[in-house]
Design a protein around this ligand. Structure first.
Ligand SMILES: [Mg+2]
Length: 182
């Protein structure tokens, strides 16, 4: 896991730069996050813990989340379904954050109402996701720690493929100025 800056005081910013970058959920340094005061993780589904539109969770990944020491909540724009409930169990998650009417990720309302509902302060939460707009920008503008993971699975369609390639290039570029955690 890489870190943007050692002096990680979190302020609300309109920024696409994640606070942390990890190649996968399995390589996240959860102990380090806990040392910052993080107690809860909001985790994206598609491209982060499962391939787009699927419900199959990798065992190692589920194990990493279960043993993270953090309370896990799924943060998704997906609609409610029985399969989503099963996914919640597979991920040892204690809740699912759904869009508030039309306000899904990356709206401020989406994360702010979740923080309010669970009685959490922004700096107690890390948002883990694979998308710069939905996950990283959404977290940064709400003062929630942002952690970008490399996208899981393949892209769907031309536009998604182009966006994913662009995001991957941006990730590599950001990584050059990030450092390892001691
Ligand atoms: Mg995603």
């Amino acid at each position: 896991m890489l870190i943007k800056s050692k002096n990680n005081t979190k302020k609300a910013t309109f920024s696409f730069r994640p606070d942390f970058i990890a190649t996968s959920v399995t390589t996240i340094d959860f102990e380090y996050l806990i040392s910052l005061g993080v107690s809860t993780c909001f985790v994206d589904l598609d491209g982060t813990v499962v391939s787009r539109g699927t419900f199959e969770v990798d065992k190692q990944l589920a194990h990493a989340l279960k043993n993270s020491g953090l309370d896990i909540k799924i943060a998704t724009n997906r609609p409610r379904s029985r399969s989503l409930k099963e996914l919640k169990n597979d991920l040892s998650a204690s809740g699912v954050i759904h869009p508030q009417g039309i306000f899904g990720k990356p709206s401020k309302k989406y994360l702010r109402s979740a923080l309010k509902e669970y009685g959490l302060k922004p700096h107690e939460v890390v948002m883990i996701g694979d998308r710069f707009i939905q996950d990283i920008l959404g977290a940064n503008r709400s003062s929630v720690y942002s952690l970008l993971v490399y996208k899981l699975g393949s892209s769907h369609g031309k536009v998604d493929s182009l966006l994913s390639k662009f995001e991957h290039r941006m990730t590599i570029k950001f990584e050059q100025s990030y450092s390892k955690i001691d």
